[in-house]
Design a protein around this ligand. Structure first.
Ligand code: GLP
Length: 262
């Protein structure tokens, strides 16, 4: 696992956007570049930077196919807290991606299991995911894979913990009951099948999860810790997220990744 520590959130986002754009630009044109994407506040700065780069002609999304990580169950697309709405308003509406290249789980499906199976089949039909960008929750959840979700899980229906509903209630008028109780989410196994994974971790409130991801044992208690078994996982983080790392760990990654420091 690589851990790229940047001084602050802005630099973390700039580095991550540059990394993603570099991968897209280096990809051949024989098949599309398949990019997995998250929602949440963590990736907002990355999307803003990718939009800027796209407008400046530094990267194009014409040959990119995307798959989003998750979606609330029971929220229509038009709901301003649906992940469909988030992705279009914060990213897709501002870049040159063909509409038909965007894949987001349908939170209003009448057949959740079938929807999830179709999603997995479509990822496979696209040749698998080249790079999955992700974020994590304070409890270490990756996508909506809460603690104790199987580390081999596939795309499926997930029940959200009370803690996650409380954390996400900041977008729902501070009412945890207004946060949907379930979501559709790719599995940890789905993420682990990607050729590369890039997870953003920023802020003091993620420091515990960060330590569990990087230094803890691989455990279903911290589903993000599965990344230790991925052959090409990168954590891009800010200084604040490193607060619970051992000094040795912190210094090791600063040293070995010094050329990446912006
Ligand atoms: C939600 C999403 C996750 C996301 C997490 C962290 O629960 N399902 O995919 O990583 O929130 O969000 P934030 O980046 O806002 O802290």
């Amino acid at each position: 696992m690589r851990v790229v520590i940047q001084e602050n959130y802005e630099k973390m986002c700039k580095w991550a956007a540059g990394y993603i754009a570099g991968k897209i630009n280096a990809h051949g044109t024989d098949r599309p570049f398949v990019l997995g994407l998250p929602t949440g506040s963590s990736p907002l700065g990355v999307y803003a930077e990718l939009i800027r780069m796209n407008k400046a002609g530094a990267v194009s999304f014409r040959n990119v196919v995307t798959f989003n990580m998750d979606e609330y169950l029971g929220l229509p697309r038009e709901h301003d807290q649906s992940y469909w709405y988030f992705m279009w308003s914060n990213f897709f509406d501002h870049i040159d991606i063909p509409k038909e290249n965007v894949n987001i789980l349908d939170g209003m499906t009448g057949d959740p299991e079938g929807e999830c199976a179709r999603y997995e089949a479509k990822i496979a039909a696209c040749g698998g995911i080249d790079l999955f960008m992700g974020g994590i929750g304070v409890d270490g959840h990756l996508a909506f894979n809460e603690p104790f979700t199987s580390l081999t899980s596939r795309t499926g229906v997930r029940a959200l913990t009370t803690d996650t509903r409380i954390v996400n209630s900041r977008f729902f008028g501070n009412d945890p009951e207004a946060v949907p109780a379930k979501a559709l989410s790719v599995g940890i196994g789905t993420v682990m099948d990607s050729r590369e994974v890039l997870v953003l971790i920023n802020g003091h409130n993620k420091a515990r999860a960060m330590a569990a991801t990087v230094e803890g044992g691989v455990s279903q208690k911290w589903t993000c810790s599965a990344l230790q078994l991925h052959p090409a996982a990168i954590i891009a983080c800010d200084e604040a997220a490193c607060g619970e790392l051992k000094v040795d760990t912190y210094r090791y990654f600063l040293d070995i990744e010094k050329d990446e420091r912006l």
